[in-house]
Design a protein around this ligand. Structure first.
Ligand code: MF3
Ligand code: CO
Length: 253
């Protein structure tokens, strides 16, 4: 069942989205060689609470932390820990904030110091995949149109699209219908309607798309040890096109 949001509800969701967006802006300077993923998590949790937000991932299906910190071959749901980041690493920080009853969800990838050409290319292509997907999020299109452009762009560049984790509807709950696949065929799937709010969050690998889960039951890694990157926005389908609720200051899509 898809919950359609009116413009007041979408405005409210923009507020939670903007707490996440501000948090990511703060992280640009915070993430550098020598800090730990646990320190990043604490920094984020503190920031979210300072804005009156609730870190909605804590306790969600038993997830223990405010953020997911996914380094190098980790696709998503990496546990913050005492792992020290080193020059050349690639890290994705993902969080959900609840504010006045609504959720905002955004993941962003960061380079740690200088990274290889390969990492730079993976980051560029993954962000382009997100933006191409967002541009398809218009009334009358179908979910398959979003998945299709993302898959095309990733594979054309020699990368692969993770299948096991998807985007989703979002609102008063973190995960609502529909499921938003990052692969597929154009013209297929659920038609997009005004007032739908979804996440698009492609996870793109340099190698094979398959994943495995660590003993902690959460951390998802590439099976072949290749690198994985992710960018995620929360957006509303409106008459004026996609409205990106987690857009960051200075970001142009
Ligand atoms: N933010 C993630 C998403 O995009 C959710 C993480 S699951 C959690 O769907 F358990 F960590 F919260
Ligand atoms: Co997320």
């Amino acid at each position: 069942m898809i919950y359609i949001k009116n413009s007041k509800e979408i405005d409210a969701m923009y507020k939670s989205g903007q707490i996440v967006a501000q948090m990511h802006k703060e992280l640009r300077d915070f993430i550098k060689p020598g800090i730990t993923t646990g320190e990043i998590d604490k920094f984020c949790e503190k920031f979210i609470r300072s804005q009156g937000g609730i870190p909605a991932q804590i306790g969600y299906q038993g997830y223990p932390y405010a953020t997911c910190t996914s380094v190098n071959d980790v696709i998503c749901h990496g546990f913050p820990s005492d792992q020290v980041l080193k020059e050349g690493d690639l890290i994705t920080v993902d969080t959900v904030v609840e504010y006045e009853g609504f959720m905002g969800d955004s993941a962003w990838s960061y380079k740690v110091g200088e990274v290889s050409d390969k990492v730079n290319k993976l980051m560029d292509i993954t962000k382009e995949c997100l933006y191409l997907g967002i541009k398809e999020a218009v009334i009358g299109n179908r979910l398959g149109d979003i998945g299709h452009v993302i898959q095309q762009h990733a594979e054309k560049n020699g990368f692969s699209v993770v299948r096991e984790f998807t985007g989703h509807g979002i609102g008063r709950s973190m995960h609502e219908d529909p499921m938003v696949l990052h692969y597929g065929q154009s013209g297929r799937g659920q038609r997009l309607q005004e007032g739908m709010v979804i996440t698009i969050e492609p996870m793109i690998n340099t190698g094979d798309w398959r994943s495995k889960i660590d003993e902690d039951g959460w951390t998802a890694r590439t099976k072949d040890g290749s690198l994985s990157c992710q960018y995620e926005h929360t957006l509303a389908i409106t008459k004026d096109g996609p409205r990106v609720l987690t857009i960051q200051d200075g970001e142009t899509i």
